[in-house]
Design a protein around this ligand. Structure first.
Ligand code: FES
Length: 552
């Protein structure tokens, strides 16, 4: 017997064959249920709504949830077992996300000049501690940090899924939504502002302050998100020349942002954009890494739903968008998943054909995440199970020890068995191809920007990898598969959520705003999509580096 679980608003479904708790079933669809009280059935924060299907309320539901909520279909997610067909809405508040980091305590170790001195003075005069919020509005994840403005210290952070996903997973589909619906721009704006309000309230609650003490805000995000925040029409961003109304930094009254929980009159700073799809988030990431001050040419790759690549130094820098697709987030990989419990994130291959796979949370492997994928490709290349062209060799071409590991899956084609568990995890030939396309598009971008600036690999200083995925990846593997230029792995730095760190700098520090302005003005934007140069470089970068190149 199988039954179908459909999740809203994602529209993803899975077909468990045995009764399964909702958290496990949802994770099969790559949706993570937040269980703040550790599923003790006391907090009620994991509540989900049964939209279709007969899912009776249990004792725990009746104990924690009000009768009218239960009548409306709400149930505790942590107590729900999927044992029949059902469609269940998992609201943003019940989803667990990789929490974004706004940087450490030493971010302002060198001191700073306050960005909002008037607000600080006025609040201090009232005997209150001046507070601000730094907002990183990503296409997928929204994150807010509550910050003490005089010290730059982070008091609380909160993240949620961007509610705009119900209008489309990526910015282009949301722009299309606005083009096709007369009310589309307003819907996008209200969804965003409403969620940001909730996050501000959550931060204030965690720090035991009131939102009324917040006297400044700074926001970063891609151009679509920033237009949406300020109620600007997003539709021009969907057609050539892809220019919207916002270009320079915006500094104005909170009333224009639709954020209702901040006191009226609070100044909000929105960082400037470089061009069309390279936005305030990219400027913030360049600021956080210090690309604009680097004495040697550096490379910044910010992996996300859109991957942005910037190359340069204090003399000149260029940026471009790479169409890397979602392979690193696991979406197009046969048994791919996000970097959460049960994902293979590191892997070692021995000459005898044995494979040691490490999973996040040290639990049984359920799939493979981006860093595991990079590691697997690198290790299988080293073992010559994969050729530099990306071809997965058939069993008859392999030494005896490998013959049992390379199999033909009924639906997945040729694959390497990575685990020896009852439900093994496989890496398919198609997965390897997807990885090649993703890393090929990034590597081609880096190569072309380096060429335009006349930078050769030996000239490079630092290579920064930003984005949630960056923190787990093994540096030597990133070099071995050609995801980043062949530099000394010591020069590769993981900078985490660089855009979020930049948002905090822009909230607190006046000189960061000056630098952001200069970055946006000076950064050259290179449109690579559709050019011959890009097509050629992409084909060139599809193959994995041969062994000698890696050694060099
Ligand atoms: S996780 Fe707290 S009630 Fe479900």
């Amino acid at each position: 017997v199988t039954w179908t679980l459909r999740l809203l608003p994602d529209g993803r479904s899975c077909a468990p064959t045995e009764p399964l708790d909702l958290a496990s079933a949802a994770s099969l669809c790559d949706v993570l249920l937040d269980q703040p009280c550790g599923s003790k059935r006391t907090c009620g924060k994991c509540r989900v709504r049964v939209v279709d299907g007969d899912v009776p309320a249990g004792d725990a539901d009746r104990r924690v949830l009000a009768a009218d909520l239960i009548r409306a279909g709400w149930r505790l997610g942590c107590a729900l077992v999927v044992d029949r067909d059902a469609t269940i809405e998992i609201p943003p508040g019940a989803r667990a996300l990789h929490p974004k980091s706004f940087g450490g305590d030493d971010l302002f170790a060198g001191g700073f000049e306050p960005a909002e001195p008037d607000a600080i003075r006025a609040t201090a005069a009232r005997g209150r501690v001046p507070l601000g919020v730094a907002i990183d509005a990503g296409s997928t994840t929204l994150a807010v940090a509550l910050v003490e403005l005089r010290t730059g210290r982070v008091l609380a952070t909160a993240s949620s899924l961007n509610p705009q996903v119900r209008f489309g997973a990526d910015v282009m589909s949301r722009i299309r939504h606005a083009q096709e619906h007369p009310d589309g721009n307003r819907q996008l704006h209200e969804a965003l502002a409403g969620s940001l309000d909730e996050l501000v309230v959550a931060c204030a609650g965690e720090a035991a302050v009131t939102a009324a003490d917040i006297v400044a805000a700074a926001c970063v995000g891609n151009p679509t998100m920033m237009h949406s925040l300020l109620s600007c029409d997003v539709t021009p961003l969907g057609t050539a020349p892809f220019e919207g109304a916002l270009r320079d930094a915006w500094h104005g009254d909170v009333a224009a942002t639709g954020l209702r929980v901040l006191p009226s009159g609070v100044p909000v700073y929105v960082a400037p954009v470089v061009r069309s799809h390279v936005g305030a988030d990219a400027v913030a990431a360049m600021l956080a890494t210090g690309l604009d001050r680097a004495s040697r040419p550096a490379v910044l790759v910010d992996l996300g739903t859109n991957t942005e690549v910037s190359v340069g130094s204090r003399d000149a820098f260029l940026c471009a968008s790479a169409a890397a697709g979602p392979a690193f987030e696991g979406a197009t990989i046969h048994q791919g998943m996000r970097a959460t419990a049960g994902a293979i994130d590191q892997l070692r291959v021995r000459a005898d054909g044995s494979i040691r796979a490490r999973t996040i949370g040290h639990v049984q492997a359920r799939g493979i995440c981006g860093s595991g994928l990079v590691d697997a490709a690198s290790e299988l290349l080293r073992a010559e199970v994969i050729e530099p062209s990306g071809r997965l060799r058939p069993p008859y071409e392999l030494p005896e020890a490998w013959r049992q590991r390379v199999v033909e899956l009924p639906l997945g084609g040729r694959a390497v068995r990575l685990t020896d568990t009852a439900a093994p995890i496989h890496l398919t030939a198609m997965d390897i191809r997807q990885l090649q396309v993703a890393k090929g598009s990034i590597a081609a971008c880096v190569r072309l920007l380096m060429e335009r600036l006349g930078v050769r690999p030996p000239d490079l200083g630092d290579v920064w990898l930003a984005g949630a995925f960056g923190g787990w990846i093994r540096k030597t593997s990133a070099v071995a598969i050609g995801l980043v230029p062949a530099v000394d792995p010591e020069r590769i730095r993981f900078v985490g959520d660089a855009a979020a760190v930049g948002a905090r700098m822009l909230l607190v520090d006046a000189s960061a705003r000056e630098r952001a302005h200069a970055i946006a003005r000076r950064a050259g934007y290179v449109e690579l999509g559709g050019t011959h140069a890009y097509a050629d470089a992409f084909v060139d970068c599809l193959a994995f580096p041969a062994g000698e190149e890696v050694a060099a």
